[in-house]
Design a protein around this ligand. Sequence first.
Ligand code: 5GP
Length: 190
Amino acid sequence: MKKGKLIVFSAPSGSGKTTIVRHLLEKPELNLAFSISATSRKIRGTEEHGKDYYFISPKKFQKFIKKEKFIEFEEVYKDNFYGTLKKEIKRLRKEGKNVIFDIDVIGGLNIKNHFPKKTLAIFVKPPSLEEMERRLRNRQTDSEEKIKERVAKANHEMQFADKFDVILVNDNLEEAKEKAYKLVKEFIEK
Ligand code: 5GP
């Protein structure tokens, strides 16, 4: 069985990366498991604790930072912390899985730097910032202020695209899913 590889998907939000990650998780032959991050942000819509994220209080998040429980963490948005727990990666690798991450650009590069050979880091690029903003509005989960914050962040994140192993442009979701599948399959079979 192919196991123990790390697959990082990073992108500005609204680029479609979460949809791509979910698609790959449905493929049993890839033997993937989702790395559940911890976050101090509030639970949203249909999200579940222990499935989408480990939702913890800002206070607990700070305590975990002090205790060095994270392999990487970021204040992705003001007062909203997100991080990958060392324990989570250990748990999934022990299960014999390849681990897939849906994390922000800096976090993704941090994972790549920690495990350069084992990691395939993919940057998902939205076709344009206008399109990305449109997708965020369609999602109807964020306030106008939050959308503006996400768009500003996306502008900044685009500069890091070249540091990734691969840039995957998502101008057609079906094609992007297919390309992502091929990239991951090839990498885990190496
Ligand atoms: P959202 O609030 O939309 O779920 O996520 C906001 C951003 O935080 C997304 O870009 C998501 O990929 C990123 N993110 C989620 N988990 C982590 C993590 O563990 N570490 C880092 N650095 N970013 C994360």
